[in-house]
Design a binder for this molecule. Structure first.
Ligand code: NAP
Ligand code: 3JN
Length: 348
């Protein structure tokens, strides 16, 4: 029996996430009959190699989606709001990497290891969660299933590639300039378009995305709200502090949790995570084995280590979770959603 092939569009194809999506589609050998690559008019005409062929990037327009079966969006929320409805009208299923639709009730927000079953309720758009949320829920869902989960307090150590290709260039140029004693004016970080900018080289910036009225940043609120939605638990207590570090790729998270059982051991948690889908346990303090961003780059898994029982609370645990933010945090999670849609015969 021949495998069904799909017409796939990638919107934001020239960006940090879009480039990884194209690479992941190629590496996974996703069944593609036609690949349409879309960007703004700035990059239209650029050639991108896919499976040995050159594909020309086109300017994204509503009519670009005629005949498209699956559209992977990562060009920012405003572009998704503008073009995703047109893609759906033309019959495509949209997997959207932005926050534009994540909290909409009729939009499934999916990490396949956690809530693949939510895909069947889609109305044309499926949202890919924020990268920091994805790696955290993938690691914590097996613990929630086994013991219940009452509380999460997370502090992130986020890589610069999460802020886009321009931010990575800024970090590299800035680092070189600072080492050579030259001046360099930051323009991207912490947030392109915000009032002030700070150097990321040799620094730590406790602001990712803009501030909300409650004192949390939008990145922190995304982690809080998305975690509750994906885990189907509005009562789950979640607090987040998101920090940018001068790392190119690979987000790390220090996570404190309280499970719903006082008699759980570290070894039981390790055993659960050893067998959890999409998770690799790297937890051997005696031999200094723990996850680090440099080791996670280019790998699809979520890596967990430094698991310790809290010294005061019997149901409290600390751990360290690392993943490639452009892969499991964005491109791989989106392609994984596409693979699930095809396997479940939702994408036809
Ligand atoms: P990036 O490196 O700056 O790339 C932006 C991409 O969007 C480029 O391909 C750009 O095309 C395209 N674009 C910009 N304006 C456009 C327009 N008017 N029409 C069509 N395409 C347009 O950014 P990135 O890091 O890839 O992130 C892109 C978006 O993905 C973010 O804004 C965010 O919403 C989402 N994202 C999600 C996660 C996650 O946590 N899941 C992580 C990172 C990013 P040009 O080359 O023509 O400018
Ligand atoms: O900064 C990071 O490490 C992740 C950034 C994600 C991001 C960047 C710009 C806009 C998002 C996102 O996916 O949450 C958005 C967005 O809100 O769409």
């Amino acid at each position: 029996m021949s495998v069904k092939q799909f017409h796939v569009a990638v919107v934001g194809a020239t960006g940090a996430v879009g480039q990884q999506m194209i690479k992941t589609l190629e590496e996974r050998d996703f069944p593609i009959s036609t690949l349409t690559l879309l960007s703004s008019s700035r990059s239209a005409g650029t050639k991108v190699s896919f499976k040995g062929e050159e594909v020309t990037v086109l300017e994204a327009k509503p009519e670009s989606f005629i005949g498209v079966d699956l559209a992977l969006f990562s060009a920012g929320g405003s572009i998704s709001k503008q073009l995703a409805p047109a893609a759906v009208r033309h019959g495509a299923i949209v997997v959207d990497n932005t926050s534009a639709f994540r909290m909409n009730e009729d939009v499934p927000l999916v990490v396949p290891e956690v809530n693949e079953r939510d895909l069947s309720d889609h109305k044309g758009i499926i949202a890919n969660p924020n990268c920091s949320t994805i790696q955290m829920v993938a690691a914590l869902e097996p613990l929630k299933q086994a013991y219940g989960l009452n509380k999460i307090i997370v502090s992130t150590y986020q890589a610069v590639s999460g802020a886009g290709a321009g931010a990575v260039t800024e970090m590299k140029e800035q680092s070189k300039a600072m080492l050579e004693g030259q001046s360099h004016t930051p323009e991207y970080l912490p947030v392109k378009g915000d009032k002030k900018h700070y150097p990321i080289a040799f620094n730590a910036i406790p602001q990712i995305d803009v501030f909300e009225e409650n004192g949390f940043t939008y990145e922190e609120m995304k982690m809080i709200n998305e975690t509750k939605k994906i885990m189907h638990d509005a009562e789950l207590e979640v607090a987040a502090t998101c920090v940018r570090l001068p790392i190119e790729t690979g987000h790390a998270e220090s996570v404190y949790i309280e499970v719903g059982n006082d008699d759980v051991s570290v070894e039981q948690i390790r055993e659960l995570l050893r067998n959890a889908p999409g998770v690799t346990l790297q937890d051997d303090p005696t031999n200094q084995v723990y996850p680090m961003p440099l080791d996670a780059v280019g790998k699809p898994d979520v890596f967990v280590g430094r698991i310790r029982k809290d010294l005061d609370r019997k149901n409290g645990f600390h751990m360290w979770i690392v993943s490639d933010n452009l892969l499991k945090g964005a491109a791989w999670n989106s392609v994984q959603i596409a693979e699930s849609l095809a396997a479940l015969n939702i994408l036809k």
